[in-house]
Write a protein that binds this ligand. Structure first.
Ligand code: LLP
Length: 415
């Protein structure tokens, strides 16, 4: 479901908070959650959008979280997730690629299960706290992503324990009496659904060859959304049906019920979020017509990083959607690099989107930017992080204020 924020709302937010800004439509997040209710646990991969207020919304909806860093654990705690509460499912699971001392100390004191992707993680955890709850993240030997950079399975992926190398991991689990709770597979982000059956089969085969009892499986995340007009929605019923069959086979093998978790990031938040920027300059360069806005790849990194497509629309400052004659437009930002272009393919080839003829001061709206948008922003070119706004029906809430330049400088002065 797409965000339903009108041109006049976006224009008045620009007046109130200046540009650029991020805005999220809460109703989209709630609707996307509802589409996955068949799973026992929806565990939000908070890396996609880790604002505490978004996490609170997730908590209100009964969604749990996956954290990948100490910072994300602290965000989940600030949003009210309580890992020490007596609950059927751990409110927070920690899925990191490496464990540092500070993270080990925090997860062990809070009894947060750790999804381990190497024997060393198990060893370090076991030494710190024998008996700690763990999951095993398995690399099934294949993967897929919308870009090579988001494929998390197969021989080129650093993630997870290779599917046929589990002996050492199991020996360490036994040595330290770690409590093995579940198996986890996440083959990539923006997956190709033709792999779905294969991952389900791999999970069943893995449980059968493991020879251990388990109480849960996690099918990972990876579900995409239609970024381009005409792209299909993921068929969540089919997704569930395939995994439910795998789960039943695992339950028959183990002789008892298990719970099944899904761990989406993008699917829950991408369509809720927009990046709104102001048109600051227009120019012709040979055959290319450029529109330059006040947001850059330090704000929305996905086009520069993966060649990702974000549909762009245009609003006037008096709150009308611009229509009329279209022109092929290269949309670019203010940064000091030629790669600061929002319309580009993987590898940096500049492309265009057909945009209505616009005027300086118009708002350019980047759609489907709620996942891996604000959470991947940086301070490159000493640009402060943008404000985030959450809209819930008629209520508008500033959920992060704009960072100031003084705050950036303060990190380096008076030390
Ligand atoms: N679980 C694990 C262990 C993950 O590593 C990820 C994403 C997810 C779940 C959630 O994946 P999702 O449902 O969002 O596809 N920055 C990239 C995506 C990187 C994904 C990293 N891991 C992008 O902008 O497309």
């Amino acid at each position: 479901m797409k965000a339903r924020l009108s041109a006049s709302q976006l224009a008045s937010l620009a007046d109130q908070y200046q540009t650029p800004y991020w805005v999220y439509d809460a109703s989209v997040i709630r609707a996307q959650i509802a589409r996955l209710r068949a799973f026992d646990v929806i565990r939000f991969a908070q890396k996609a959008c880790s604002n505490i207020h978004i996490l609170k919304l997730m908590r209100e909806e009964g969604v749990l979280v996956d954290s990948v860093s100490l910072g994300e654990v602290e965000r989940a705690l600030a949003a009210g997730f309580d890992p020490l509460a007596q609950t059927d499912h751990a409110p927070i699971v920690f899925t990191a690629d490496v464990l540092d001392q500070a993270a080990i100390q925090r997860v062990t004191e809070l009894n947060i299960p750790v999804n381990c992707g190497s024997p060393q993680m198990l060893e370090q955890l076991g030494k710190a706290k024998p008996g700690h709850p763990v999951w095993l993240r398995i690399n099934p030997g294949f993967g897929h992503g919308h870009s090579r950079k988001t494929n998390t399975g197969g021989e080129q992926s650093k993630h997870g324990i290779w599917h046929s190398n589990l002996d050492q991991a199991l020996a360490i689990i036994d040595q330290y009496g770690l409590q093995l709770q579940g198996l986890h597979m996440h083959i990539g982000s923006g997956v190709d659904y033709s792999h779905l059956q294969a991952v389900g089969d791999a999970m069943v085969a893995q449980v059968k060859s493991l020879g251990r009892d388990l109480k849960a499986i996690s099918v990972g995340g990876g579900l995409s959304i239609p970024y381009r007009d005409g792209e299909a929605e993921v068929d969540t019923d089919h997704y569930f049906t395939v995994w439910q069959a795998a789960r039943r086979e695992i339950e028959a093998h183990l002789g008892h019920a298990i719970s099944m978790e899904i761990e989406p990031g993008r699917f829950l938040v991408a369509e809720s979020g927009l990046l709104v920027a102001e048109l600051r300059a227009q120019k012709q360069a040979g055959n290319n017509f450029f529109a330059l806005v006040d947001a850059g790849f330090n704000d929305l990194a996905r086009p520069a990083m993966y060649g990702s497509y974000h549909r762009i629309s245009v609003c006037t400052r008096d709150g009308q959607e611009r229509t009329g004659a279209l022109q092929p437009t290269v949309v670019a930002g203010p940064l000091c690099e030629s790669g600061d272009v929002f319309t580009q393919e993987d590898g940096g080839v500049v492309t265009t989107q057909n945009l209505p003829v616009a005027e300086i001061g118009d708002l350019l709206v980047f759609h489907d930017a709620g996942a891996y948008g604000a959470s991947m922003s940086s301070n490159y070119n000493s640009r402060p992080l943008l404000p985030e706004i959450l809209v819930e029906q008629d209520q508008v809430k500033l959920i992060r204020r704009r960072q100031t330049i003084q705050e950036l400088i303060a990190l380096e002065t008076g030390i």
